[in-house]
Design a binder for this molecule. Sequence first.
Ligand SMILES: *Cc1c(COP(=O)(O)O)cnc(C)c1O
Length: 462
Amino acid sequence: MSGLTSSSPASIDSAASRGGPGLPQERRVVTEIPGPKSREMFARKQAAVPPGIGTTLPVFITRAGGGVVVDADGNSLIDFGSGIAVTSVGNANPRVVERAGRQLADFTHTCFMVTPYESYVAVCEKLNQATPGDHEKRTFLVNTGAEAVENAVKVARHATGRQAVVVFEHGYHGRTLLTMTLTAKNMPYKHRFGPFAPEVYRAPLAYPFRWPTGRENCAEEAFAQTVDMIEKQVGAENVAAVVIEPIAGEGGFIEPARGFLPRLLEYCRANGIVFIADEVQTGFARTGHLFACEDEGIVPDIITTAKGIAGGLPLAAVTGRAELMDKVHVGGLGGTYGGNPVACEAALAVFETIEQEDLVGRARHIGSIMLPRLRALAERTGIIGDVRGRGAMIAIELVRPGTKEPDPAATAEIAKRCHAEGLLVLTAGTYGNVLRFLPPLVMPDHLLDEGLSILEKAITEV
Ligand SMILES: *Cc1c(COP(=O)(O)O)cnc(C)c1O
């Protein structure tokens, strides 16, 4: 019997005390963070769950909505994480609750491959229409981002009859055998989990802040090195696919230098290589476009999506050119739970919300508030080497003053101070020195401002 649920039913009696937008949109710190109830539950977590499942901030959440998460001790924290770019429409979004709730009462599963249902098809139609490019497309649904990326590679290999996959430094694509192989960073993702999948080759990413000969040379040189690697080590005719995040997420919100992605796309087209854009983190209005590829007019052959797609319900998608997707034999793709009907209804509610609440515009608005304040802070303090990102996907990279040497210790200390003050922030980056901000797109401005003030104070003190 779980004690975790024991406090909920009796105490939750009005809509205002539930999650969703009815939750008071305020920061409220009433105990130390984590408080006694969270500490008690965390002790149970440590006894029941292996340490491999890490914890950013050990407060146990009972409700969430709008721009806050509320913990078991009654603290209300400003959420600059959205559960890693997932709850972009806000937690317990009313449209999601309504549609998914109705579906729960109707039926919970049939397996789309056994007996289909309309909502799955509707989600695929939406994605075919909304993703970049007006060519004919097909979509199929899976459960996680990793599963989407893995399936995109399967389709590319099948359609091209080639095996090699080219990925990039600082890339993150998931934790399954193939996607962990595609991922760049050893700790914590790959360490002692080998042997890895074969036929994966890594190219340099056009990382403007750390490009040895300067930002202005970054796009061209990184592209030249990528082509050189492919032609010397692999042979373009052996490459099935290039897999790239239009903004590297876990790698530290690295926007490839402008011009890099268009050159890469052109090279792929010229050589029959499938261009796979991994938009699992960047998708669904997060960056101030519906998809980040739109920023430079990139039309990928296949696009993978997940995280922000269904307001927190597990769903992911692979969307690609019809002529690639249609090559795979009947029954070659799928999975028991892929495109679960409750998750599909949630995704349709997310699409409605993005359109009706102009969340693309909201993301841009959030960026227009955050970027100037962070840039001003960078000028004042000297430990912020780079401020970057688009829309509501913003990061700062922390360095030792006057150098580009990464400062992961200062990054961890700043995150700790923010957490203590009731601001949930996430870290990222190959060197662990990036603070990343992913507020729900529905976060009210006063919480955004207050969160930024807490961050400014923490950085100034460190
Ligand atoms: C999170 C993420 C994944 C993996 O998604 P899961 O749902 O955790 O498997 C893949 N690619 C990118 C870019 C991601 O951010």
